[in-house]
Ligand binder design. Sequence first.
Ligand code: HEC
Length: 103
Amino acid sequence: MTKRKIQMLWLGGFATITTLFLTSMVSVSAAPAKKAAAKKTDTMQIVRGAKAWKNNCSRCHNLRSPKELTDAEWDTSVAHMRVRANLAKADAEDIVAFLKASN
Ligand code: HEC
């Protein structure tokens, strides 16, 4: 192997390592920000859901405790109650998020 070939190989390896290192730096620094944003949205949705639940779900009967049903049962129940209560899709989704976070 000539000196020049060895030099090229070394440069190639160095470039690969640098790329890998930079890529991992970017994903590590982006991850916490993404997580925080997702959590913030969820919290806001649960807060909206709690309000919508209190305002809408006690109109016809006493408020049912979130603990009464499982996540899957709330999906079914709120789909059923959404029709009765004439709720917007977004409100029903917020209510389900609140109920699932509280059961
Ligand atoms: C327009 C009146 C009305 C509103 C508003 C309403 N419900 Fe109901 N709900 C009923 C009636 C009537 C029943 C009993 C008969 C039935 O199941 O349809 C019932 C039954 C239930 C039950 C018992 C089991 C089931 O799923 O059928 C649950 C739990 C319930 N409602 C939760 C809710 C929640 C959560 C909301 C808010 C998203 C809500 N309800 C809003 C009328 C209403």
